[in-house]
Design a protein around this ligand. Sequence first.
Ligand SMILES: NC(=O)C1=CN([C@@H]2O[C@H](COP(=O)(O)OP(=O)(O)OC[C@H]3O[C@@H](n4cnc5c(N)ncnc54)[C@H](OP(=O)(O)O)[C@@H]3O)[C@@H](O)[C@H]2O)C=CC1
Ligand SMILES: Nc1nc(=O)c2c([nH]1)NC[C@@H]1CN(c3ccc(C(=O)N[C@@H](CCC(=O)O)C(=O)O)cc3)C=[N+]21
Length: 291
Amino acid sequence: MSAEIIDGKAAAARLRARVGEIAAAFEAVAGRKAGLAVVLVGADPASSVYVKSKGKATVAANMASFEHRLPADTTEADLLALVDALNADPAVDGILVQLPLPKHIRESVVLTRIDPDKDVDGFHPVNAGRLATGLNGFVPCTPLGCLMLLEEQLGDLSGLDAVVIGRSNIVGKPMAALLTKASATVTVAHSRTKDLSSHVARADIVVAAVGIPHFVKGEWIKPGATVIDVGINRTEDGLTGDVDFDGAASVAGAITPVPGGVGPMTIACLLRNTIVAAHRNAGVQLGKDAI
Ligand SMILES: NC(=O)C1=CN([C@@H]2O[C@H](COP(=O)(O)OP(=O)(O)OC[C@H]3O[C@@H](n4cnc5c(N)ncnc54)[C@H](OP(=O)(O)O)[C@@H]3O)[C@@H](O)[C@H]2O)C=CC1
Ligand SMILES: Nc1nc(=O)c2c([nH]1)NC[C@@H]1CN(c3ccc(C(=O)N[C@@H](CCC(=O)O)C(=O)O)cc3)C=[N+]21
């Protein structure tokens, strides 16, 4: 093993502490806490755990957490009514509807109902459009966390060759947009990509967001490259990423582990987006580089 292990847990703890300080200052000025509402439909065990840990992290960062747990047979109309109520609630700065939703509810209808200025997940098409066109908006937490880890590791990314494997709306596409904005040269690979390994072999930065355990092989990686493993796969051997960690760690310059890499940054970035939303919604100034 030669690669440096990127400590996402430590980076996330630093970001959460910084958000906590800013949230305390916000409360003193605004006379209320910044608030995050998290909505869970159904009782999927993994989702339940995430929602609980988001709530704990929110309170630990001096913000108010509003948890809404709805039964699995909740109708789309009832969920939309809750989103409308949260959109109208001045104590709520950020709204997160935990995915996946039960099959009888259309995700795109629900996500599009969230007020874009409370959309701390950055999933609303308005925020996707803002990111694509360089306007201020909310960036999805997972790719934002990946970018923060990359910039902390490498500094300026301009001119670096990056391959993003995966083109989902919540990870791959916004990741590619962020890397493009950071002046990397970006290739987006997906299930129809021909000769994926040849693309990966050229990359200084590899972001794997595929959803297949150990999918990216160590032999594909360019020596010294930085590897960001977004994958969260629950297997018989426990939680594993989308990268063959042992193989990649013997050639990469730096790599994120799973667990302890991108996952903790996702939650820290959610808190970051929420405190930014609170300042905007309350009309309180936040320094440009405050966070
Ligand atoms: N750490 C965190 O905070 C988070 C982790 N995740 C994890 O990240 C991973 C990706 O999530 P998500 O983006 O939502 O997943 P999706 O299933 O939405 O997207 C997967 C992408 O991988 C591509 N893909 C599938 N098979 C191949 C293949 N054989 N070769 C190349 N590309 C392929 C798909 O291509 P195509 O478009 O052609 O189908 C698709 O674009 C999952 O493991 C998920 O659990 C997700 C969110 C947050
Ligand atoms: N509206 C919405 N927004 C999301 O951001 C969202 C979602 N729905 N649905 C599910 C995915 C997944 N996701 C993760 C968050 C944290 C960890 C995380 O903290 N992982 C820990 C391990 C936790 C464990 O042991 O399970 C780690 O990687 O170290 C993982 C995955 C957010 N998602």
